[in-house]
Each structure stands twice: as structure tokens, then as C-alpha cells.
Design a binder for this molecule. Structure first.
Ligand SMILES: Cc1ncc(COP(=O)(O)O)c(C=O)c1O
Length: 344
């Protein structure tokens, strides 16, 4: 057993390997604010193609990709609808209200899985008293729900309903890669029902920075302007886009290993004090440690074994096996979990 830390706090904690650093160092670059960076242009074209959209825009983070999608496809005072645990609502610093003046309606859905019926029930009526609905946001995979995959059937039904009412649909696909690898469904098919989709390279794919927003050309033109407004116009940023291209080429198929590791943790958890509270479909494991302070006590116990997770609300701990997690690390995490005896 290695003595190094097994860091499963997130899939964002990985460090670029030598190959990725080489790709970054040798990237062809130009001033991307002038549209001159060939590596950024290559990434944008490649990702637009993979996602089956007309155009794409490289942005520093998933948060910026999501917030630009909202800003570009709504007007101040509109209603947007999303699942109650959605990252856009919970963890993007109130961006929908602060940046786009939006009224957010959150829809609690079992397991984080939105349905068209739930969306329909939450749509504001066409009525002078109400904020007009303009955008529904979905998340696939759903971080807060433990990496659950949004069934394509649900997404198609949501899009059919909302498009029929003149609304648009945005997909927060920070971990869409995982849904693709777990189901074998192409990225383009997973994104086909939606108008815009953001994907992240700095999570399971292991790049240090970078997300892409893809959509129709008009939406991307508007998003491009707002990116500049928010200070997201970057210059010789091909050195980052090169890391994303490297990640796509080398780290996409191997996400299956992270899924296997997460499934093993869930399957081999054997401790009456702990339970996995959701089906583990991809790379996220959320563990209930419910005694008062159970999350704090479990994190402290894991740390003694050199295993790091994060608190995910009272009595909950999240572990995400990632690019830097090997079989020995998973073995150690399982042994640590199974030796947890509770208490503070
Ligand atoms: C589902 C989801 N969307 C968006 C984001 C935001 O990504 P970033 O941290 O790059 O802003 C995250 C980050 O964890 C996420 O999990």
C-alpha cells in the first residue's frame, strides 16, 4: 500500500501528467480575443461536432459556461426552472439572479431526476402577474444526486414540452462524458434535445482548466459578447485548450475505471453505521453517516487512513474516484470505511 494520500474530495483535484504538460508547452497559440488562437478554434470546432451543435465557445469554467447560457437565452425578469439540487441553483453564487436578473423556480425531483410532468406543473402561467418562463435547465450527470444519469427519454419529453411552449433548454453537462461512457449513447444524442450544453474538461477528464459552451450560432455569438463583459476574454489561451484536446484524446474512455471504482466502493461497503444513499451509476459516491456529526467524524476517520472526501451536507460524505485513484487507493478507502466505528 502506498503512503500517499488518496484524494477523493472531487474529480477536480487531479494534476496534469507529463503528456498533457508537453501538449500544453508545444501548443500553437494566438490572441483568442481576435479569434486568432488555432488551438482554441480547433477545440471549439471539435466539441461543437461531438455535441452536434453549430458552434462552441471556450470558457474558463463550468460556472461561466452555464451563466453565459442563461444570460444569452433569457431576459431580465424571466422565470427559469431547474431541479432543486442543480449546481446552477445551489453552487453558482446566485448567478442567475445577480448576472441575469432571473426568477429561479426549483423543482424537487426524486433522485434528482426531472420529468416533463414536474416541469409542466412548475411553469408560470401566461398571465400578467407572473414572470414569463423562458428556460429549463437540466444536469447530466447530476452531481448533487450522486452522479445520476438523466434518462434520455425524460430529457426528450422535457424538451418536447418546453419547446412546444416556446421555451429553451440548457444542459449543464459538466459530467456529460460520464453519461456517455456509462450508457454508450453518443454525446450528440445526449445533447440533441437541448438548445445549449456546457461541458467541463477540468473534472473527470483531468485538464487543469476549461469548459466549452455549445449551441446554435446566434446563441454562441451572444454568449461570446457576455464572456467579454465578464472578463472571460483570454489571449494566448491555446495552452489551456491544448490540455483539453489532450484530455479528450487520452482520458475519455478511461472514465469507465472511475465508474468501476465507485461501484466497488458502494458494493463493498460493509458497515452498519454507513450507507450509500443512491444508485451509483457513474463516478460519485455519497455516503450517509447519520449520527450527530457523522460527516465530520467519518471524514476525520478517513483522513487517518490517508483518504480524503468532502462533507456533502449534514451526515453526508462524498467520495469521487478520479484519474489519480488506483486500485490500491480504492482498497484503502473501502478498508477505511469498513473500519469506521462512529463517535466524535
Ligand atoms: C454539475 C456541475 N456543473 C457546473 C460546475 C461548475 O464547474 P466549475 O467549477 O468549473 O465552475 C460543477 C462543478 O463542480 C458541477 O459539478
Amino acid at each position: 500500500m502506498s503512503n500517499s494520500l488518496v484524494d477523493m474530495r472531487s474529480d477536480t483535484v487531479t494534476r496534469p501528467n507529463e503528456g498533457m504538460r508537453q501538449a500544453m508547452a508545444s501548443a500553437e497559440v494566438g490572441d483568442d480575443v481576435f479569434g486568432d488562437d488555432p488551438t482554441v478554434n480547433r477545440l471549439q470546432e471539435k466539441v461543437a461536432g461531438l455535441l452536434g451543435k453549430e458552434a462552441a465557445l471556450f470558457v474558463p469554467s463550468g460556472t461561466m459556461g452555464n451563466q453565459l447560457a442563461l444570460r444569452a437565452q433569457t431576459r431580465h425578469g424571466d422565470q427559469i426552472l431547474l431541479e432543486d439540487g442543480a449546481h446552477i441553483f445551489r453552487y453558482e453564487v446566485g448567478g442567475p439572479a445577480a448576472l441575469s436578473g432571473l426568477l429561479t423556480t426549483c423543482i424537487p425531483a426524486p433522485g434528482g431526476i426531472l420529468t416533463a410532468a414536474l416541469v409542466e406543473a412548475a411553469l408560470n402561467p401566461d398571465n400578467v402577474h407572473c414572470a414569463p418562463p423562458s428556460l429549463v435547465c437540466v444536469e447530466n450527470t447530476h452531481n448533487g444526486a450522486g452522479g445520476r444519469i438523466l434518462p434520455l427519454k425524460n430529457l426528450r419529453e422535457i424538451a418536447e414540452l418546453t419547446h412546444g411552449r416556446g421555451l429553451r433548454v440548457h444542459l449543464d453537462g459538466a459530467r456529460l462524458w460520464h453519461a456517455h461512457i456509462a450508457t454508450g449513447t453518443s454525446l450528440a444524442e445526449l445533447a440533441a434535445p437541448v438548445d445549449s450544453v456546457s461541458v467541463c474538461f477540468s473534472k473527470g477528464l483531468g485538464a487543469p482548466v476549461g469548459s466549452v459552451l455549445a449551441a446554435d450560432r446566434d446563441t454562441i455569438t451572444r454568449a461570446h459578447r457576455f464572456r467579454k463583459m465578464l472578463g472571460g476574454g483570454m489571449r494566448q489561451v491555446g495552452i489551456l485548450a491544448a490540455a483539453c484536446l489532450y484530455a479528450l484524446q487520452h482520458n475519455l474512455a478511461r472514465l469507465a475505471d472511475d465508474h468501476t471504482h465507485a461501484a466497488r466502493i458502494a458494493a463493498e461497503l460493509d458497515n452498519a453505521l454507513l450507507a450509500v444513499n443512491h444508485p451509483v451509476e457513474t463516478n460519485i459516491v455519497i455516503i450517509d453517516a447519520p449520527a450527530p456529526g457523522g460527516d465530520v467524524a467519518l471524514l476525520a476517520h478517513l483522513a487517518q487512513w490517508g483518504v480524503l472526501g468532502v462533507g456533502f451536507g449534514p451526515g453526508r460524505v462524498r467520495l469521487i474516484p478520479n484519474l489519480d485513484t488506483d486500485t490500491a487507493g480504492v482498497d484503502r478507502a473501502i478498508a477505511a470505511l469498513n473500519s469506521y466505528a462512529g463517535g466524535r
